[in-house]
Design a protein around this ligand. Structure first.
Ligand code: NDP
Ligand code: OXD
Length: 309
């Protein structure tokens, strides 16, 4: 029995020594050295080439190396009968909340304007609200959204969350479904997207949605690039409907040189680093899932292919 590991070359180099240390009972094959595919029962993967998973006849469990699994569902040959786990790692959750808190604070404290003023050597005080006067809406109120919400709330922001299914989360206003979205947007001066990318959420950040936010609202997208209709963002910023955007994810990554997002004065770009997979903690979590699965015990964080996350 062997485990196939496939990620980027840089990530593979970080994972390799940890896997030997934390999962010594397993034989690992590091893509593209697959060896005999017939004895691979488990796959630990990030963006596997299409068809790779279908070529493993003994595969029993697919362990995604990220929280999102849209990279797996893009494979037309994905063996859909094989269970998939996604990564839920408190270390990553903390990292995402740091990113969201930083981004929301930058937008709230008018950093884009003060940076422009610094470049112009212009000493000008701007009127500033406190966090308690700046409602934040979080699209995707799951593992990451709720943790970010708790940390924003601790900073004083009134936070509301939007999810697919209705839920009660102590201390938060929550909304669900299409009607709930209108209500959340109407109150959100800063909108944070932490949704999974699915057929239902693709392109959700578009001109129609921006128009339903209060004028001058700002956007943080740390979900997926596919959530944003890129052509709609700059017109919304240039018209003043949106006042700023912090973007960590893009339809094409790396964001191509010359893309207008790089140089727009009201956009902050980061290179998909909001919450990177952290091999030491992730290896322990995935190792535990594989051990439980092998013993026939229930495994956490299984993906539901019907909803796509
Ligand atoms: P979860 O599955 O825990 O949460 C997803 C949330 O989105 C849930 O609240 C879910 O609703 C909601 N949701 C899903 N579909 C819809 C819909 N159609 N309408 C309304 N709400 C919807 O995922 P995580 O919080 O762990 O991760 C979220 C995403 O964050 C990942 O899929 C990934 O794309 C992104 N991510 C980005 C990273 C980065 O570095 N930029 C790092 C890690 C993750 P419900 O509660 O009803 O199920
Ligand atoms: C993830 C990511 O989904 O890093 O984990 O984007």
């Amino acid at each position: 029995m062997a485990i196939l590991f496939r990620s980027t070359p840089a990530a593979t180099a970080r994972w390799q020594p940890l896997l030997a240390e934390l999962m010594p009972e397993h034989e690992f094959r590091f893509w593209p050295e697959v060896g005999d595919p017939a004895n691979i029962e488990y796959a630990m993967v990030w963006q596997p080439p299409p068809g790779l998973l279908a070529s493993l006849p003994s595969l029993r469990l697919i362990c995604g190396l990220g929280a999102g699994i849209d990279h797996l569902l893009r494979d037309p040959d994905l063996p859909r009968h094989i269970p998939i786990t996604r990564l839920v790692d408190p270390y990553m959750t903390d990292a995402m909340s740091e990113y969201v808190a930083l981004s929301v604070l930058r937008l709230h404290r008018q950093d884009l304007d003060y940076l422009a003023q610094q470049r112009a050597q212009s000493w000008e005080e701007r009127e500033q609200k406190n966090a308690c006067e700046r409602p934040v809406g979080i699209l995707g109120f799951g593992t990451l959204g709720q943790d970010a919400g708790r940390k924003l709330k601790a900073l004083g922001f009134p936070v509301a969350g939007w999810s697919r299914t209705a839920k009660e989360v102590a201390g938060f206003v929550t909304y669900a479904g299409g009607d709930g979205l209108d209500a959340l947007l109407a109150r959100s001066e800063i909108l944070v997207c932490l949704l999974p990318l699915t057929t239902a959420t693709e392109g959700i950040l578009n001109a129609g949605l921006f128009a339903r936010l209060p004028r001058g609202a700002a956007l943080v997208n740390a979900g997926r690039g596919g959530h944003l209709v890129e052509a709609d963002l700059i017109p919304a910023l240039d018209s003043g409907q949106l006042s700023g955007a912090v973007l960590d994810v893009f339809r094409e990554e790396p964001l191509p040189k010359g893309h207008p997002f790089w140089s727009h004065p009201r956009i902050i770009v980061t290179p998909h680093i909001a919450a990177e997979t952290h091999p030491p903690t992730a290896a322990a979590i995935i190792g535990d899932a594989i051990r439980r699965f092998a013993k026939g015990e229930p495994v956490a964080n299984l993906v539901d292919l019907a909803t796509g996350y």
